[in-house]
Design a binder for this molecule. Structure first.
Ligand SMILES: NC(=O)c1ccc[n+]([C@@H]2O[C@H](COP(=O)([O-])OP(=O)(O)OC[C@H]3O[C@@H](n4cnc5c(N)ncnc54)[C@H](O)[C@@H]3O)[C@@H](O)[C@H]2O)c1
Length: 259
């Protein structure tokens, strides 16, 4: 990994584990100072601590909060920019799934899912963009979509709606923030092996790997590599796009046999 992110400050939400944690590791290894957000304060502290010990230098700072709490996120972004001196990159990664078939879906789950995935991402991006604009920083904003926002998957309707919304969010924010030299893109991972997915579904890696053209599920490093590219200097003219990272799955989109 190069050190091309030295001098940059990044915020990653929902980063106590899984994809967000891998993003923090990749950004910090590449030289960035990273604000690691998670709903779970203890997990955020532990994650930052583990990363700093592995790096041998303190470059990751824990910033616990619920992304659905707009006031808390606004205060968090203000605080981190003051303490760390700037904000160059914001990755609105936090997202929840809350499975359920349409005919049985409860409004409480619908509201919470949209509050975290859509509203949380929107206002995290807004707080970050305000900081970037006021500091005249050519920032990068990344939204975490999913292949479930591209293809319908049973039981993932609300989740899919939120993830499709994030693709449109990237387009519209790219349009509005372009004048400030801020790019906004989304990434849409396919089946990705994380602590959560491995625990939720038995044989996750085997079953999803077998129906993916590349015959493997994504590892968190695959998603991190794409995000780092979109945040790199070389991607300065890419905005409003959704990069699908799924080993080719959405080209035909089969589901595992017992799904
Ligand atoms: N894992 C996959 O296969 C996959 C595929 C496509 C998209 N995604 C998306 O990628 C993102 C990360 O997925 P993951 O599987 O690594 O996540 P995960 O379920 O492992 O959660 C990561 C962290 O997010 C935190 N979190 C949950 N709600 C939060 C909130 N309201 N505020 C702040 N933090 C919160 C959790 O405490 C957890 O530590 C999500 O947006 C998810 O929808 C994941």
């Amino acid at each position: 990994m190069t050190d091309s992110f030295t001098g940059k400050v990044a915020l990653v939400t929902g980063a106590g584990m899984g994809i967000g944690y891998a993003l923090c590791r990749a950004l910090a290894e590449a030289g960035a100072v990273v604000a690691l957000n998670d709903l779970n304060a203890e997990l955020a502290d532990q994650a930052a601590d583990t990363l700093n010990r592995a790096l041998g230098v303190t470059r990751v700072y824990a910033y616990p909060a619920d992304v659905a709490d707009v006031a808390a996120m606004r205060a968090l972004v203000e605080r981190l920019a003051l303490r760390l001196g700037r904000l160059d990159i914001a990755v609105a990664n936090a997202g929840i799934t809350l499975f359920g078939r349409f005919l049985e879906y409860e409004p409480e789950n619908f509201d919470r899912l949209l509050a975290v995935n859509l509203r949380g991402s929107f206002f995290t991006a807004q707080a970050a963009a305000r900081e970037m604009v006021s500091r005249q920083i050519n920032g990068r904003i990344i939204l975490m979509s999913s292949v479930a926002g591209v293809q319908a998957i049973g039981g993932l309707g609300t989740y899919g709606i939120s993830k499709a919304g994030l693709r449109m969010m990237a387009r519209t924010l790219a349009y509005e923030l372009g004048a400030y030299h801020i790019t906004v893109n989304a990434v849409a991972p396919g089946a990705t092996l994380t602590e959560r997915t491995a625990q939720e579904t038995a044989n996750y890696e085997r079953d999803w790997g077998s129906i993916t053209p590349t015959r493997r599920v994504a590892h968190v490093e695959d998603i991190a590599a794409a995000v780092l590219f979109l945040c790199s200097a070389g991607a300065r003219h890419i905005s409003g796009q959704t990069l699908i990272i799924d080993g080719g799955w959405t080209n035909y989109s089969p589901l595992p046999p017992d799904y």
